[in-house]
Design a protein. Structure first.
Length: 154
């Protein structure tokens, strides 16, 4: 959905990405991570995997915000220049928009290390839609600065 694909800019307003897919990671990521890993490894049928994962997430999964971590994630190709630049910047501006609502906030950026549960969740989530995501992919965390958040309607 467009609401999870914010425009990403520098503090000075330079657009780094017109839309970047961000993932919400559950506080208790273990069960969802196990489900994702199982679905991807269960069958070579990409459509079956995608349908199972979409069904899983389409229900009540995203209905309670308190069940999710405050840090969102995004998966990038190994050695991604964009990801490397955002990590060096340490902070970006995220502009979310859907229907007649928009939100803008700064977020701290960090690269998640190998073995990090949020990183693993993000990689297996991405693999449900593209099995060719390598382990060497870069996974970044985006921690919102809620004090900077500005919303608008219209």
């Amino acid at each position: 959905m467009p609401a999870m694909r914010p425009r990403v800019s520098t503090r000075k307003g330079e657009v780094l990405a017109p839309a970047l897919t961000l993932l919400l990671v559950p506080e208790e990521a273990g069960p969802s991570l196990a489900f994702l890993r199982f679905q991807v490894q269960k069958t070579p049928d990409h459509n079956q995997t995608r349908n199972a994962v979409v069904s899983y997430f389409a229900g009540e999964f995203y209905q309670l915000p308190e069940l999710f971590r405050d840090e969102m994630t995004a998966v990038f190709a190994p050695g991604s220049e964009l990801a490397t630049r955002m990590v060096k910047l340490k902070e970006v501006l995220l502009d979310f928009s859907q229907y007649n609502q928009s939100y803008r906030m700064f977020a701290k950026v960090r690269q998640l290390p190998a073995g990090d549960e949020d990183r693993e969740f993000s990689l297996w989530h991405a693999r449900a839609f593209n099995r060719n995501i390598p382990n060497s992919s870069m996974v970044l965390g985006f921690k919102p600065d809620w004090r900077s958040a500005i919303g608008a309607t219209g």
